[in-house]
Design a protein around this ligand. Structure first.
Ligand SMILES: *[C@@H]1O[C@H](CO)[C@@H](O)[C@H](O)[C@H]1NC(C)=O
Length: 235
């Protein structure tokens, strides 16, 4: 009898020790996000030749503009007050309250996609901004420099260690990469589906979002092109 109790106690201790060490090894790596429940990791092999996806890459077309708009359609999200409290102790006090409940936010992945979208806009500036003033160009460059650095730090943060091997091409003497290695990726539909349920769809409606002192935020059809959300504050 005594032996059974001893074994039971020992087993419990071992179980606690294992779960504690598991928590410790996770807590240093995984930080809180309300979206963590939507994360499903799986192995993805990207385009083997490294060719760009013509749905998003290439000269401006109506189809590409539509694809980019759709990719970012759920990027403005509603967070609850409890979630803000989990993120940081002062977030709720400084937070942007939505008129129909919750607080405005997004996920970094959407911000990164926004950055890629705006870098692309500028790559084709003659098409997207045929009449920028010197002042507007300067403001845009401040924003795009911020975007480039966000993408740099994001790449370094994730440290995608998918190995790329080299191969010989047929028409040029330089080594080419074989891109068809597996990456550990989140399932985008799962993450985007989570975002869809929280998307703030009226954000760009004139009068919906108001600064408490300075008034209306979005007034006009160019709001998306200007991309004011998450703007870098102009001193
Ligand atoms: C790259 O490697 C894969 C196997 O991992 C192979 O099937 C493919 O032919 C290689 N070359 C290119 C250009 O992808």
């Amino acid at each position: 009898m005594l032996l059974v109790i001893h074994i039971a106690i020992l087993t419990t201790w071992i179980a606690i020790a294992i779960s504690l060490s598991a928590m410790r090894s996770c807590s240093g790596q995984r930080v809180y996000s309300p979206a963590q429940e939507a994360l499903r990791f799986e192995a993805h092999v990207w385009e083997p030749s490294g060719a760009s996806n013509p749905l998003y890459a290439g000269k401006p077309t109506e189809a590409r503009d539509k694809a980019w708009t759709e990719l970012l359609q759920y990027s403005s999200l509603r967070f609850t007050v409890e979630e803000l409290e989990m993120i940081g102790p002062t977030r709720k006090d400084e937070g942007v309250k939505l008129p129909d409940g919750g607080y405005l936010g997004t996920l970094m992945v959407f911000h990164e996609l926004h950055c890629v979208k705006h870098l692309r806009f500028y790559l084709y500036a003659a098409h997207y901004f045929p009449e920028l003033t010197a002042e507007q160009t300067k403001a845009r460059l401040v924003h795009l420099d911020h975007c480039l650095d966000i993408l740099r730090v994001g790449a370094m943060c994730r440290g995608d260690t998918a190995p790329l091997t080299m191969r010989w091409g047929r028409s040029q003497p330089r080594p080419l990469a074989n891109f068809s290695s597996a990456h550990s990726c989140v399932n985008w539909d799962s993450l985007n589906g989570w975002a869809q349920k929280r998307a703030v769809t009226h954000l760009f409606d004139p009068g919906y979002l108001r600064h408490p002192v300075l008034g209306n935020v979005f007034e006009g059809p160019d709001a998306e092109l200007i991309g004011l959300i998450g703007a870098v504050e102009v001193p």
